[in-house]
Design a protein around this ligand. Sequence first.
Ligand SMILES: Cc1ncc(COP(=O)(O)O)c(C=O)c1O
Length: 414
Amino acid sequence: MDIFEKIERSYGPLGQYMEKAHGYYMFPKLEGEISNRMMFMGKEKLVWSLNNYLGLANHPEVRKTDAEAAAKWGMAYPMGARMMSGQTKYHELLEQQLAEFVGKESAYLLNYGYQGMVSIIQSLVDRKDVIVYDSEAHACIIDGMRLHFGKRFVYPHNNMENLEKELTRATRLASATGGGILLITEGVYGMAGDLGNLKQIVELKKKFNFRILIDDAHGFGTMGKTGAGTGEYFGLQDEIDLYFGTFAKAMAGIGGFIAGNKKVIDYLMYNLRSQIFAKSLPMPMVIGGLKRLELLKNSPGLRENLWAIVNALQKGLRNKGFNLGHTESPVTPVFLSGGVPEATHITKDLRENHNIFCSIVSYPVVPRGVILLRLIPTAVHTLEDVEYTIKAFSVVKERLEAGEYGKTIAGMTA
Ligand SMILES: Cc1ncc(COP(=O)(O)O)c(C=O)c1O
């Protein structure tokens, strides 16, 4: 069998839709300034798809800092990995400030959240150790575990009874091997916006001996009184052993960090393969990161705007009878019933007739028969955007319930 021939026969679970979906449902091009309104195929759309929670992507101070840093340092500096030749005082400064902000002793920068998480898991555990994780863990957690030579036990999403059972099994196994237990959960689950059951997970520490690693990609900057994340929201930041955040969402940048006690972070600095064998984060992203963090910390108005939009949107949709699941975060899932044809027709109707661009998820990412429209409110949306969207969604719901999206709609091919 020739590998290329095999690939040509099947483009994979998502690639199989390429011919029909490319450029519209998948790989769409959003153009213009990053904002609540952007251009899609030459027309302005109201966009609810970007994790630009605090509106920092196009904040004038961020744009100015990014531009000045790029002019001063270029995109190349520093060259090489941190360990070899890519270390700077600015990288260290950003780490100090991040650690302080999330209430940990130390932090270490990651070039990408995804790759960082893979490496963090890989370097924390060895074949004697056991990982216990939530069934809805993000792909980066799953991929990190693929590099783990020891056992792993999964518990159904946020199911504490099952978690206790898995921790009992894990404890038995770890005491036989002489290993430890790493529990991995997300702070905010990015698809449906519900939170990791941190209170009860932490409570289980009284009964079992394990360490907690939390992926707070969607919680950093959005959750908690100061924006320090889901641990702060629950008042449990101290109980979280390792806190992972990315710059790809509220920070509107690229990269991420891991924070925890100094010894563990020192260990990671010398063992994290995604950083040891990869080039250092470019200077404009570090200097830009310092500016973003400053705004995130010192401009609470941004988070207040975000939450005003979140609350108006979620309350308005719930009042109109929409099922938003168990979200407690800005991520706003709208659950509808239908298959892939309805999902594609709804997307097209929203984009073409209502000029609303949002992400849509259907089987196999969600169970068969479920359509998930995922809205990400941000600080740069307006209450008018919210009102307009609720009206449009109500029209869509009526059409769906009338069975219109199951048919081929005039002028609309899925
Ligand atoms: C829960 C979660 N973890 C990790 C990541 C990866 O972060 P990054 O985009 O910085 O690689 C994401 C982003 O998609 C995420 O949603």
